[in-house]
Design a protein around this ligand. Structure first.
Ligand code: C2E
Ligand code: MG
Ligand code: MG
Ligand code: MG
Length: 289
């Protein structure tokens, strides 16, 4: 009896593995088709100034509408695409698409595009960015590339050279998900990012978790001394906005201001009155001190 129990347990384990392997394989196969058949889309999420409430830019976020499986979130296919190398093609497509669409926007907002560490393995990446700029005709000063700390750890010299070349074109570089990776603070001085994005896990801990407030405060003062813009990610509540703004954050992004959407004009219809009130009050306080 014990023997069969063991066996059936093993079989369950085996089946779960199979399912996982099969799903990964399917995603990889279907992605090939998705790229060529335009099942991919780019959505945009507003980045709002904490000084005046204006939308200063949008982050481009890839979306996959699978014909049978429906919407597949990036967290379920980006990692797989990185393993198979498909991320290079997806990344190029998103960049080209985002630059093109941004040229049709009314107010010349900035456009931030995520870049995977796998794309930063050769200087050809710089040529690809240049091509996207030329093809779309976008002003390079409107473009911002978001990279994560992992790149700095994996490939510090190449990344340094790429960032240098990107900056020379007038394109900004932002450090995404800051505080969750393994990089040391010395990287910040060395790379001179134009923007640091505080990871949303810290924003979500505001109030209930004293450590999160302390970390946010120190990222803000770090940003001040390095002359870097500090953006807060994942702002969902009005009281988080209020805290972040008193902490001295420059900008925020999150469901409070708007979820990622296909059409950016939706966001320009004047932001929420409650948000404006918090921003105005803080603005007033700042001017008085
Ligand atoms: P990310 O670059 O940190 O992007 C922010 C993520 O947080 C997005 O998830 C966004 O929808 C989500 N978010 C924004 N505001 C809020 C909020 O208030 N609350 C919560 N809970 N979430 C919020 P999304 O679109 O699912 O993307 C997940 C990640 O996938 C991105 O994280 C990025 O690392 C990656 N990704 C997305 N698009 C691309 C792309 O085109 N290329 C690459 N390489 N990675 C991408
Ligand atoms: Mg990002
Ligand atoms: Mg992020
Ligand atoms: Mg992320």
């Amino acid at each position: 009896r014990a023997k069969t129990d063991k066996k059936s347990k093993y079989r369950i384990f085996e089946t779960q593995m199979d399912v996982e392997v099969r799903e990964r394989r399917r995603v990889a196969t279907d992605l090939r088709r998705a790229i060529s058949r335009t099942e991919l889309e780019v959505h945009y999420q507003p980045q709002v100034s904490f000084i005046n409430g204006e939308v200063q830019g949008y982050e481009a976020l890839v979306r996959w509408q699978h014909p049978e499986l429906g919407h597949i979130p990036p967290d379920r296919f980006i990692a797989i695409a990185e393993e198979t190398g498909q991320i290079s093609e997806i990344g190029r497509w998103v960049l080209e698409r985002a630059c093109q669409e941004a040229t049709t926007w009314q107010n010349d907002e900035k456009i931030a595009v995520n870049v995977s560490s796998h794309q930063l393995r050769s200087l050809r990446f710089v040529d690809m960015v240049e091509t996207a700029i030329i093809n779309s005709g976008i002003d390079p000063r409107r473009l911002e590339l978001e990279i994560t700390e992992s790149v700095l750890v994996q490939n510090p010299e190449m990344t340094m050279e790429i960032i240098h070349n990107i900056n020379k074109m007038g394109v900004a570089v932002a450090l995404d998900d800051f505080g969750t990776g393994y990089s040391s603070l010395s990287y910040l001085a060395k790379y001179k990012f134009q923007k640091i994005k505080i990871d949303r896990s810290f924003v979500q801990g505001i109030g209930g978790n004293a450590e999160c407030n302390a970390i946010i405060d120190s990222i803000v003062s770090l940003g001040r001394s390095l002359n870097t813009i500090v953006t807060a990610e994942g702002v969902e509540e009005i009281w988080q906005l209020s805290q972040l703004q008193s902490a001295g954050c420059d900008q925020g992004q999150g469901f409070l201001f708007g979820k990622p959407a296909k059409d950016v004009d939706e966001f320009n219809k004047g932001s929420d009155r409650q948000i404006q009130m918090v921003l105005n009050a803080q603005h007033w306080n700042r001017r008085e001190t």
